[in-house]
Ligand binder design. Structure first.
Ligand SMILES: *Cc1c(COP(=O)(O)O)cnc(C)c1O
Length: 411
């Protein structure tokens, strides 16, 4: 039995919606499908405003640019994430301050505190695997008089907020909740990714959620960013295409990162059943893995709910207690040879050449390294069948116990 690591959901609903786009609306770039998808996202998240874009990277870059991030500024990010989290601020010339994470894989708030300087302008916490970060503690920290006193606003927006901005990397966490709030409505700004492997996909895509506190006007900021995201043009092609609406202006030197309808079509079909079918299925897969590994003390299972949090169950990052990186690699090799797709999420940033060349050293990130060295991500996606899950559990248990036994003999 082959079990791919990940498959995007392409079901009847997606095919039907795509037929509608190709045969009825016949509109491919940003238009009615993006608008409908944004409406669904607003319902899903309770964010004040939503703007769909063509990737998480575009959304985060747009918002860091809007915030005025420039060379000399510092942005705090966790060591345990996908490389994108750091590349966005780096591309704007900012310095990244990488901090260690906790055993729940999420950014360690005590480490954020140590990393804050008077140059710190933003924090990008990552809801790893779909589990929200400790946002109450993060907010308490950045709102504390001592930390606020360090903040040096460099423009009108920064003066208005008067503190460090929080941009949630919510690439994994659509559908997750924190203290009853939906992911996308928890932080000042949050950005989803709809890349092909994510819980909801548009092939490539992303969305910015706006929840800036007063006196910011989220509608106004949304309008600005929407215009900026399409060359600074006052109307998109769909709006210009309406009778008598041809005249447009270019009011900013903008970027080009709007989401096309052809992509939104897929996300629109998926999000309609996300809360009722797709997300519950992910939770079901989690509980099947939990049951499967319950009696195996070497298996350390990922947290997916606490009193404040529920996860969107994007990844299933299994850890094996007490093993080395080499043993983990050996286990992965054997599982892969069985035709079961597994992965590691993630190689910590300080282990990647780009960041190593900047002087980061994994020795300074012991928890990130420990999480990484013992981690194996198991398949989790909505079309995964129960037989496949049982097959994964059986083989992972068999291989792990065999390898662990071998190690014992070798010692
Ligand atoms: C996928 C991912 C991103 C990047 O998303 P894109 O849409 O590909 O730009 C950023 N952060 C995390 C944690 C991710 O998993």
């Amino acid at each position: 039995m082959k079990v791919p690591f990940n498959l995007p959901l392409i079901d009847e609903a997606v095919v039907g919606e795509m037929q509608d786009t190709l045969l009825r609306t016949t509109w491919l770039t940003s238009g009615p499908k993006v608008k409908a998808f944004e409406q669904e996202l607003l319902k899903q998240t309770n964010a004040k405003q939503i703007l769909c874009v063509n990737s998480w990277n575009s959304g985060t870059s747009l918002m860091l640019k809007w915030w005025g991030i420039e060379p000399g500024d510092e942005v705090i990010i966790p060591a345990y994430t996908y490389a994108a989290t750091g590349i966005c601020p780096l591309n704007l010339g900012a310095t990244v301050k990488i901090v260690d994470v906790g055993t729940d894989f999420n950014i360690d708030v005590a480490k954020i505190k140590e990393a804050i300087t008077e140059k710190t302008k933003a924090i990008i916490p990552v809801d790893l695997g779909g589990l929200p970060c400790d946002y109450a503690a993060i907010h308490q920290l950045i709102e504390s008089p001592e930390i606020k006193a360090l903040f040096k606003p460099a423009n009108e927006k920064q003066e208005k907020l008067g503190r460090i901005l929080v941009i949630g990397d919510a690439a994994h966490s659509i559908g997750a909740t924190y203290e009853g709030k939906q992911s996308g409505s928890i932080t000042d700004l949050a950005v989803f990714s709809f890349h092909s492997v994510k819980n909801i996909t548009t092939g490539e895509g992303g969305a910015i959620c706006f929840n800036l506190p007063a006196p910011f006007d989220n509608e106004e900021v949304h309008k600005y960013v929407k215009t900026f995201a399409l060359y600074g043009q006052t109307k998109n092609a769909f709006e210009k295409n309406q009778v008598g609406k041809w005249r447009y202006d270019i009011i900013y030197q903008g970027m080009k990162c709007n989401m096309p309808d052809i992509c939104a079509t897929i996300g629109l079909a998926q999000i309609r059943t996300y809360e009722s079918v797709l997300l519950p299925r992910r939770k079901e897969i989690y509980s099947l893995y939990y049951q499967g590994f319950a009696n195996h003390s070497w298996a350390e299972l990922p947290i997916y709910h606490t009193t404040e949090k529920t996860s969107s169950c994007h990844l299933f990052p299994l850890r094996i207690k007490g093993i080395s990186e080499d043993t983990r690699n050996k286990i992965i090799q054997q599982i892969s040879e069985m035709g079961i797709g597994v992965n590691v999420h993630y190689v910590p940033l300080p282990m990647l050449t780009l960041y190593k060349n900047m002087g980061f050293d994994i020795a300074d990130y012991p928890v990130a390294y420990d999480n990484y060295s013992r981690e194996i991500s198991l398949p989790i996606y909505t079309t995964l069948k129960n037989e496949q899950i049982a097959h994964v559990i059986k083989n992972v248990i068999h291989i792990c116990e065999e390898v662990l036994q071998l190690n014992k003999v070798a010692v």
